[in-house]
Design a binder for this molecule. Structure first.
Ligand code: ADP
Length: 240
């Protein structure tokens, strides 16, 4: 099987804290990986390193077999959905405008309609971005991330502050992108149940990597889940 992502001995030290401590894992083509971990576990730091937004790390990150310090081409094959895009109510851009920003010159304009339809936001295409609900906005940002046919979709805690119905729609969209379009998904979430339902692999982060493997293995092991929850809870209380 082809390893799309290989993370070896990844360590990130901030002045006050070691945010990531010797992280090792791989993501194979077609995987749906859920990354779970409490606040402060290092999830955003991990994504920043993977997206080349943070280059002050020790260890090695490879995408498609190539060290990302050597070539940034891999970024063209990644769609990234950030945590919380926020817009002013009167921000003067429509849904189509925002999605089109990411369309490469050699791609077809018709791609926009196709993807907006796939994400159930085609009827919103002329609406201003600031008028949308959290769930609608989230789907716009997935559409944006999909514009250039990514092989990998990376999503950072994307359901915070979104109503339950939109969350379920979002989950079914992710499932379809993974199973039908074979897009590899790396998704950070606080929702253990959702990770259990959707992801086939799970990485439990708590600055160190507590567990990485098939999600069945993790969720069927009550002791492991309990150990993890207790460790996370302690971390959590420590920091708040
Ligand atoms: P998560 O996304 O899981 O909540 P983060 O990666 O945001 O975790 O943070 C991990 C730890 O690193 C936290 O203790 C946080 O305070 C610290 N941290 C994050 N970013 C920075 C930064 N730019 N400078 C200093 N410390 C940081």
């Amino acid at each position: 099987m082809l390893s799309l992502v290989e993370i070896s001995h990844l360590t990130v030290k901030y002045p006050d804290v070691k945010a990531l401590d010797d992280i090792n894992f791989t993501v194979n083509s077609g995987d749906f990986l859920g990354i779970i971990g409490p606040n402060g576990a290092g999830k955003s730091t991990l994504f920043d390193c993977m997206l080349n937004l943070n280059t002050k790390y020790d260890g090695e990150i490879k995408f498609f077999g190539e060290n990302i310090r050597k070539s940034k081409n891999y970024l063209n094959s990644i769609g990234y959905v950030p945590q919380k895009p926020i817009f002013e109510k009167n921000f003067p851009a429509t849904v189509t405008d925002v999605v089109r920003m990411d369309l490469r010159k050699d791609s077809e304009e018709s791609k926009i309609d196709e993807i907006l339809q796939q994400l159930w936001i085609h009827e919103l295409r002329n609406r201003r971005i600031g008028e949308l609900s959290g769930g609608q906005l989230q789907r716009v940002f997935i559409a944006k991330a999909l514009m250039n046919n990514p092989k990998i979709l990376i999503l950072d805690e994307p359901v915070t502050g979104i109503d339950q119905q939109s969350i379920e729609l979002f989950y079914s969209i992710l499932r379809e992108l993974n199973s039908k379009q074979k897009i590899t998904i790396i998704w950070s979430s606080h929702d253990l149940d959702a990770v259990n339902r959707l992801a086939n692999h799970v990485a439990c982060l708590n600055r160190t990597l507590f567990f990485h493997g098939q999600s069945e293995k993790f969720f069927s092991d009550d002791d492991l889940v309990k150990q993890y929850s207790e460790a996370s809870m302690q971390e959590h209380m420590h920091h708040h």
